[in-house]
Ligand binder design. Structure first.
Ligand SMILES: Cc1cc2nc3c(=O)[nH]c(=O)nc-3n(C[C@H](O)[C@H](O)[C@H](O)COP(=O)(O)OP(=O)(O)OC[C@H]3O[C@@H](n4cnc5c(N)ncnc54)[C@H](O)[C@@H]3O)c2cc1C
Length: 677
């Protein structure tokens, strides 16, 4: 580490071969692989060549999020059902807008990465014969899903962190990423380093700036959770999408966020057994009074209603193709409809669903076959939902207890929440972005299509880290960077950064918290699971104006530490423009309802006369998917000269490679490093 004085700031400067931003499951795994590839190559002291930096080691979706049994989707390991990488890849690309080469790479790398996690100690369950036991998610014949319990991804990060500890790789904690250092333009543009602010070191005279220079940069900062007001992303999961746009990275499929039912007091998905236990779902007024069985107005029988509550368990994300004809995503719509009226919705595990006068009482024997057979197989015929949940999955109750909620005595408040972004930044089949030497992995990489099987996010994050590490070590090498010929440009960049920090503080500026609140409310209202063209266009206008206001007016800060909130608000504001621009563009291209969002249109399909569009006050109608868009991916790129700040284009999806070489020529390609070209 060296220090440098720029203006009145003392800056710490570190040099690494590879700097990884983010200590979630993806970032940690990439660091482990980098160390392993480097040491296999005989490189001295790999631990001194790799750094992980994070705003908080205990933050992020991997550390803090989960569900009843958080799913890891991998190639099947059942002893009696065959699976193949091609079949696995087909499941990833099935709903379109997904590159075949990435899907195949995720499939081929799946078991290698799963066993890598097993080796570092993640307790995936086995049976007495040693098979890793799995279960079926929706339409999955190969039992590809497995789980280490509600906290699968937390265990992954903890085990990987321990491994990094054994290897001696340094994790810089408490580092808020404030800027990506870019040198050059066009083809020669490179991100040469990451500027952070040490959250603990900042004081009146010192911004506590650290600069991590890297020959390679791996961005693994997760999804843009703080974009949304109604969200199950953990608090503080901000991401760095705005900073990445500004650095020149190209976004892909940003329109394809996932939404679903989650508890709000403690942010957690209520998928799987929470729903399969078939709790009563009720609403109250804002004060928790005036209980109503609001689902009963929409389902013709107790059997249909209770079966759909059950199905919501493994048909978890909101899916516009599962609304018509009384399917399970009607429940999300009804919950949303109720909350739009200012009412609150709860799951009550002490009581079975309660019907109206026209319905029979709840009886497990009346469930439709899919639900009945599942409960029979799992022996979950107990009298109440809490007993069934305790029987099927006691850990699902325990996780709420750990977080101050006792499902035995209180109902659980839920809402339709933002949960995951299938899109992110565009990468090639080695997870390299459009800027050479910069890689994007984990949720920040836009490798998923319109839909993805539950659990495939964790698989993609692991495989992406493996591929990036393999490419870096074998193609770019393991040396530390020598930026001596770029020093003056780096210094200029740093001076500009410090000037910007000074200039963005003004007594008449915006308040960062109010800016964040404005972004989140707008994104939830106009970029959530229901979208409408005029509304989205208006939201985009407002988002662009907010970003321009920030540039002109700066922020009003009440303490030096507050500068972090200002930095966050600024890049989140740009991220929100990017997301809204992509949404407007897709709607203008005539897209319909797909993935996990509904496109509202006056001439669309009516859901129910009592389900109302909040903008028009008329019955909500939605437009079906425009399937012709399945073969392309919408990309967006920041361009400050454009009125909306972003340029959009559609690119064709890349097919899965089908070439197969005989062993000898393939071996030669491997020996000569041709596999990386
Ligand atoms: C409730 C919930 C349930 C889920 N269930 C499943 C499931 O069952 N199966 C599945 O496959 N996926 C699931 N997902 C998705 C999955 O958990 C995430 O996509 C995955 O964990 C993301 O991992 P990551 O390493 O990319 O990012 P994260 O784990 O989010 O890590 C991001 C890292 O970047 C750091 N960071 C972020 N912003 C900044 C910044 N501005 N400055 C510095 N550092 C920063 C964070 O501190 C953190 O270290 C779920 C997500 C949620 C929210």
């Amino acid at each position: 580490m060296e220090t440098k004085q720029i203006g009145n700031q003392t800056i710490n400067i570190y040099h690494y071969n590879t700097v990884i931003v983010g200590a979630g499951a993806a970032g940690m795994n990439c660091a482990v692989h980098l160390y392993e590839f480097m040491s296999q190559k005989g490189v001295d002291n790999p631990q001194e060549r790799i750094a992980v930096i994070t705003a908080g080691i205990g933050l992020g979706a991997s550390r803090m999020s989960g569900s009843d049994k958080q799913t890891y989707y991998k190639m099947g390991t059942s002893p009696d059902v065959a699976d193949s990488a091609e079949e696995f890849a087909k499941s990833l690309t099935a709903a379109g807008c997904c590159h075949g080469d990435l899907a195949l790479a995720e499939a081929i790398g799946s078991l290698r990465e799963f066993y890598h996690l097993v080796q570092v100690g993640v307790p995936f369950p086995i049976d007495s014969k040693g098979s890793f036991i799995g279960y079926k998610t929706d339409h999955d014949p190969s039992e590809r899903a497995t789980s280490a319990g509600p906290k699968t991804s937390k265990f992954m990060t903890e085990c990987l962190q321990k491994q990094l500890g054994r290897y001696g790789v340094r994790i810089y904690d408490g580092q808020e990423v404030a800027h990506l250092l870019v040198i050059g333009s066009g083809e020669s543009r490179r991100i040469v380093g990451v500027i952070t602010i040490d959250k603990k070191g900042i004081d009146k005279s010192n911004y506590a700036i650290n600069v991590y220079l890297g020959a390679n940069i791996v961005l693994a900062a997760g999804g843009p959770g703080e974009l949304y007001k109604t969200s199950v992303y953990p608090k503080g999961q901000l991401g760095i999408h705005g900073l990445a746009f500004k650095a020149g990275l190209i976004g892909a499929n940003l329109t394809e966020s996932q939404f679903g039912l989650a508890s709000t007091k403690f942010r957690w998905n209520v998928s799987g057994t929470y729903m399969q236990a078939i709790p009563r779902i009720l609403s109250t007024d804002a004060n928790g009074k005036d209980e109503r069985e609001f689902l009963t107005d929409f389902f013709p029988s107790m059997s249909k209603m209770a079966t759909n509550i059950f199905l919501k368990g493994y048909q978890w994300p909101f899916d516009p193709q599962r609304i018509e004809n009384l399917q399970s995503s009607l429940i999300d719509i009804l919950v949303f409809n109720e909350t739009q009226k200012g009412r609150r919705v709860f799951m009550d595990f002490l009581h079975n669903p309660i019907g109206n006068d026209l319905m029979k009482d709840f009886d497990i024997n009346d469930l439709e076959p899919e639900a009945f057979e599942y409960l029979k197989k799992t022996g979950a015929f107990q009298t109440t939902p809490i007993e069934r949940l305790a029987h099927m999955n006691p850990l699902a109750i325990e996780i709420y207890k750990e977080n101050g909620i006792d499902l035995y005595s209180e109902p659980l408040e839920i809402a339709v929440c933002a949960q995951h972004n299938n899109g992110g930044f565009a990468v090639n089949r080695w997870w390299q972005s459009n800027i050479p030497h910069t890689f994007v992995i984990g949720e920040m990489a836009g490798t998923h299509g319109v839909k993805r099987p539950g659990g495939s996010a964790l698989n993609a994050g692991q495989v992406g880290g493996l591929r990036a590490a393999e490419y870096i070590v074998n193609v770019y090498g393991c040396d530390l960077p020598d930026y001596s010929d770029k020093q003056s440009k780096i210094d200029r960049n740093l001076s500009q950064f410090i000037t910007r920090l000074e200039q963005c503080q003004s007594s008449s500026g915006l308040v960062p918290e109010e800016v964040m609140e404005q972004i989140q409310s707008r994104m939830t209202a106009s970029a959530g699971h229901t979208r409408e063209l005029n509304d989205a266009q208006q939201a985009l206008k407002e988002a662009v104006k907010l970003y321009r206001d920030i540039q002109q007016q700066g922020f009003k800060l009440d303490s030096p530490k507050h500068i972090i909130k200002a930095i966050q608000a600024e890049h989140l504001a740009l991220a929100s423009v990017g997301y809204l621009k992509a949404i407007v563009e897709l709607l203008e291209q005539g897209s319909g309802s797909r993935g996990s969002h509904l496109v509202l249109a006056e001439d669309g399909i009516e859901i129910h006369p009592d389900i109302v569009n909040r903008v028009t006050g008329e019955a909500m109608r939605f437009k079906p998917e425009n399937e012709s868009l399945r073969n392309s991916i919408l990309q967006i790129e920041y361009d400050s000269s454009l009125p909306d700040l972003f340029r959009c284009r559609n690119i064709e999806i890349r097919p899965a490679p089908t070439d197969r070489k005989a062993f000898e020529p393939a071996w030669q390609d491997y020996r000569e490093g041709k596999i990386y070209s």
